[in-house]
Design a protein around this ligand. Structure first.
Ligand code: NAD
Length: 295
């Protein structure tokens, strides 16, 4: 079947509705920028209804702040919100021309989702994954049209960060690649291309650094504040590595380290302290407690 679908010519102009799967911190930001900057109609699907409420509240508060700062008019806020709908039913994705998946960084759960999407999405729909580390080629092998699957790796927070890493899998078509680059551009982003290798470029470099900061803390090299301040003021990093880890989510950091470790060897072994924090349910800023406390 995939050969038949491959004969369709698709263009960026045929992308009218975009589905976002997962209304967590990344999915919420992606949906906001899709509506606000690219002017797309968006549906956010999340299996957890409470996350959808949180997502709407978050986007509304972000837009309210923009009004206060004089960046947008009140009327624009209504229009941006009007283009976004929220659903806990996967069927709501069925008329999407482009779908961006941003659910938890767990290979089994993502694989399961890709299989389920086979019976929901149109055969022409492009399916992009925001995964930080999981093989795009492998995810694509669970989907009926692997030519339509691609990695589209946004950075956190999405409305603020300039970059999107684009990662074609082994079977991704050049058409899928071109439309994805065009969408990223319409979202106001700059793109880089990365090979489909664990962690791509950003996390291949960033996660060992964060893991080493956790290791430094584990070994008592310094306090949390010593480590962060040293890197911030001494190496001109915009924030310390442990603060950054809390922003990203310690669960996400650990999942990425696990993928790097499993695929690239012991050099990438997750720090035991990072493992313990996640076991303790300290996921970082998103649930109030990580290396730091947030209340
Ligand atoms: P998150 O925990 O904030 O959100 C994940 C959301 O997915 C939750 O709302 C959850 O309810 C939902 N979900 C889980 N399983 C689902 C399913 N089967 N169907 C529908 N919804 C489901 O996580 P996040 O930080 O937004 O990360 C999401 C993805 O983005 C991950 O793949 C992560 O690696 C990637 N990413 C994260 C960052 C970051 O800094 N946090 C940066 C770039 C990429």
């Amino acid at each position: 079947t995939s050969k038949v679908f491959n004969n369709f010519y698709r263009y960026y102009s045929s992308i009218n509705k975009v589905g976002v799967i997962g209304g967590g911190q990344m999915g919420t930001g992606i949906a906001q920028v899709l509506s606000q900057t690219a002017g797309k109609n968006v549906v956010i699907f999340d299996s957890n209804k409470a996350m959808l409420d949180k997502s709407l509240t978050f986007i509304s508060s972000q837009l309210k702040r923009q009004i206060e700062k004089g960046k947008i008019q009140e009327q624009e806020q209504f229009e941006i919100l009007k283009r976004i709908s929220f659903s806990d039913n996967m069927e709501s994705l069925k008329d999407s021309d482009f779908v961006i998946e941003a659910i938890v960084e767990n290979p089994e759960i993502k694989t399961q989702l890709f299989k389920q999407l086979n019976s929901v999405l149109k055969p022409t729909t492009i399916l992009a994954s925001n995964t930080s580390s999981i093989s795009i080629t492998k995810l694509a092998s669970n989907y009926q049209v692997p030519e339509n699957v691609i990695g589209m790796h946004f950075m956190n927070p999405v409305p603020v960060m300039q970059l999107v890493e684009v990662i074609p899998g082994l079977q991704t078509s050049s058409e899928t690649n071109n439309i994805t680059l065009e969408l990223a551009k319409k979202m106001g982003k700059t793109t880089t291309m990365s090979k489909d290798m664990p962690g791509f470029i950003a996390n291949r470099l960033l996660m060992p650094y964060i893991n080493e900061a956790a290791q430094a803390l584990f070994e008592g090299l310094g306090t949390i504040e010593d480590i962060d301040t040293t890197m911030k003021l001494g190496c001109n990093m915009p924030m310390g590595p442990l603060t950054l880890a809390d922003f990203i989510g310690l669960d996400t950091c650990l999942s990425i380290m696990n993928v790097l470790h499993a695929n690239l060897g012991d050099k990438y072994k997750p720090c035991p302290l990072l493992v313990r924090y996640v076991e303790a349910g300290r996921f970082g800023k998103k649930n109030g407690k990580g290396f730091y406390s947030y209340n």
